[in-house]
Write a protein of this length. Structure first.
Length: 139
C-alpha cells in the first residue's frame, strides 16, 4: 500500500445550529492495488486532550523537522489504517467513544511512525509494506 497523504483539520460551523465545531477530521490517502482511496476519520475534538495518555508525544506539533510540522490530527487516520487494515475498504469512520479512539493507539510503535509521516509530508509517498511493522508485538 502506498501512502500518499496524511492530513487533519478542525471542522468549523457552517450553520449556527450544527455541532461541526466539536469535531476533527483526519484523512489518509493511499493507493491499494491500482485504486486510489481516502479514509476520512471523523472524531470528537475533545479526544485531542488525551494526546499524552495515548501517545508518547507531549504537545502539538507532535513532529517538527525541516520546516514541516505534524499535528496529532494529521496522524489519526493513518494510525487507524495501520491498526485495522480492513479499513482500506471503507471511506469513512466515525469515532465518538474515547475507549474506541484509544484502542487504535494501543500497541502502535510510535518510534517508527515518524518515518511514515515525514516521508509522506516531504515526498508525498511512503510504501507501507506491512502494517504489522508499525505495531509492537508482544514477546
Amino acid at each position: 500500500m502506498l501512502i500518499k497523504e496524511c492530513t487533519g483539520y478542525e471542522l468549523e460551523k457552517e450553520k449556527s445550529n450544527t455541532s461541526e465545531d466539536f469535531f476533527n477530521r483526519s484523512e489518509v490517502t493511499f493507493i491499494d492495488g491500482s485504486e486510489e482511496r481516502t479514509l476520512h476519520v471523523l472524531y470528537v475534538r475533545y479526544f485531542d486532550e488525551f494526546l499524552q495518555e495515548l501517545t508518547p508525544f507531549q504537545e502539538n506539533p507532535i513532529l517538527s523537522q525541516d520546516n514541516l510540522e505534524v499535528n496529532f490530527k494529521d496522524i489519526v487516520a493513518l494510525v487507524c489504517l495501520i491498526k485495522n487494515p480492513g479499513l482500506r475498504n471503507r471511506k469513512r469512520l466515525y469515532i465518538n467513544s474515547k475507549q474506541e479512539f484509544a484502542s487504535y493507539f494501543q500497541d502502535i510503535d510510535f518510534d517508527k511512525l515518524p518515518e511514515i509521516v515525514l516521508a509522506v509530508k516531504q515526498n508525498h509517498k511512503f510504501e507501507l509494506r506491512s502494517p504489522l511493522d508499525y505495531i509492537k508485538q508482544s514477546r
